[in-house]
Ligand binder design. Structure first.
Ligand SMILES: Cc1cc2nc3c(=O)[nH]c(=O)nc-3n(C[C@H](O)[C@H](O)[C@H](O)COP(=O)(O)OP(=O)(O)OC[C@H]3O[C@@H](n4cnc5c(N)ncnc54)[C@H](O)[C@@H]3O)c2cc1C
Length: 435
């Protein structure tokens, strides 16, 4: 596709549709948490989301479960609100997600917090005054609109706003820019839970009739698919499948995302027969749903005032300017060139000195004012990102980001000047603790 043939110079007059204390772009785990927190702290808050639903990968991405041992009051509240007795709970100690239930739970929580929400609204660009973000431009059925805000939180996953604002970033891993593969999650029904197996990690490679389960996947599935990841759901006979796998995709390019849709959907056509033929309990399974949002694991890593490293995570560092605490997960790097775990990933052998914290400086994109990053795009190395990208940690980051933004607003100072002790005090009042 040739996208470089012509440049159109246009002058647009854009109406200012509203003014807010805090605008949050993107409503995944990080953006949802940020908007809820800002609303609960009494800030006039607008949450903008391009899809039909809040939740991001947790909901529209058809996610299986909240991963890791991270703790946090808002995260725990989400778990409690969405929890439901399910026949399959006994098969898994995981925090299973029912995406359709979670969509409504999140909408109701936002409404209770007094957050204004616009779905079906793409955040196209920041409004800039010099190097300061003072609002955003949206495109939706209403047309093109501008919104002003004291602070903007970019929780788009890819950092769309920060990139447009001119914040510096790298894509993917440090030596060559390689990014983790993308996945369309899907669900099958008709699984016999009395016999079904649920390999939950790349390193879970047990014997089934015909061979070891991951070896069978590598032998029979179309490259770059190949691993077998199957998760119990909260619905009878329904299993969530994390097995499509497309490498070489840049999730910030529409043409790559389009290519990945076709590739992953073709893989599903081969994965379902594989499950029926090879995996005990799946003999009568059939496809019932696929994610409406491409599962993009990794794109831009912004350069913040601090860059979180793998060592910070292993050493369980408690930073003086922590804004997210009790974070816990391994280095879940999916193979950048094929199936399974990447050579730099560590799952079962992961060891650390405890839970880690995330410093506020990772949320401050260098050279830009008025804007905070929240979620998987914060400043971290490729390896550190493979840990903090998981949803519970993104919730904690979003909560910390909004608490800092509202504290700055109350004190009439810029985001870089905020009194971090006050931010941490406010987080403490919300039940956030270190340790
Ligand atoms: C396939 C896959 C499997 C995973 N498995 C797990 C798992 O089992 N457990 C776990 O805890 N984590 C898992 N993760 C990681 C986790 O889901 C993500 O890293 C996490 O959701 C990131 O949260 P976020 O809020 O930063 O971004 P996202 O969840 O990506 O949310 C971003 C939101 O912003 C919206 N958006 C983007 N751009 C714009 C724009 N310009 N304008 C308006 N809206 C916009 C999107 O529609 C989306 O709703 C998985 C990720 C993937 C891709």
């Amino acid at each position: 596709m040739n996208t470089q043939t012509e440049t159109l110079h246009e002058t647009l007059t854009t109406p200012v549709a509203g003014r807010y204390d805090i605008i949050v772009a993107g409503s995944g785990p990080a953006g949802f948490a940020a908007a809820i927190t800002a609303g609960r702290m009494g800030a006039r808050t607008l949450l903008l989301e391009q899809t039909h639903a809040v939740g991001g990968i947790a909901t529209s991405g058809l996610m299986s479960h909240w991963t890791g041992a991270t703790q946090g009051p808002l995260y725990n509240e989400i778990l409690e609100r969405e929890s439901q007795p399910g026949p399959e709970e006994k098969y898994s100690g995981r925090h299973i997600i029912n995406p359709d239930k979670l969509k409504l739970v999140m909408l109701e929580m936002l409404q209770e917090a007094g957050v204004d929400l616009l779905l079906y609204t793409f955040v196209a660009a920041p409004v800039m005054e010099g190097n300061r973000v003072v609002g955003v431009i949206t495109e939706n059925k209403n047309g093109r609109q501008a919104w002003r805000a004291a602070s903007v939180i970019d929780a788009t996953g890819d950092g769309d706003l920060a990139a447009r604002a001119g914040a510096p970033y790298r894509k993917g891993r440090e030596p060559d820019g390689g990014m983790q593969p993308v996945t369309i999650m899907f669900k099958v029904a008709g699984v016999d839970y009395s016999r079904a197996v649920f390999p939950g990690s790349f390193e879970t490679n047990f014997e089934i009739p015909g061979g070891r389960i991951q070896d069978l996947g590598h032998a029979h599935l179309p490259h770059p698919a190949g691993h077998v990841l199957l998760y119990p759901s909260s619905l009878p006979g329904v299993v969530t499948v994390n097995m499509t796998n497309q490498t070489g995709i840049d999730g910030t390019l529409a043409e790559d995302l389009t290519r990945a849709e076709l590739a992953c959907r073709r893989q599903i056509e081969q994965i379902v027969p594989f499950l029926r033929d090879k995996i005990p309990g799946y003999e009568k399974c059939f496809l019932i749903s696929t994610a409406s949002l491409m599962g993009v694991r990794e794109t831009r890593h912004f350069i913040g005032d601090y860059t979180l490293t793998a060592e910070d995570i292993v050493e369980a560092r408690v930073f003086d300017d922590w804004i997210a605490t009790r974070c816990s997960f391994n280095f879940d790097i999916h193979n950048v060139t094929g199936a399974g775990l990447d050579k730099d990933g560590v799952q079962h052998k992961f060891r650390s000195k405890g839970n880690y914290t995330i410093p506020y400086r990772c949320l401050l994109p260098q050279g830009i004012e008025g804007l905070l990053l929240a979620g998987r795009s914060i400043s971290g190395t490729h390896k550190a990102h493979s840990s903090f990208r998981v949803m519970p940690i993104c919730v904690n980051i979003g909560q910390g980001a909004a608490t800092a933004a509202v504290t700055a607003l109350r004190d009439g100072v810029g985001l870089r000047e905020v009194d971090i002790a006050k931010v941490q005090h406010a987080l403490g009042e919300q039940g956030v603790t270190v340790g």
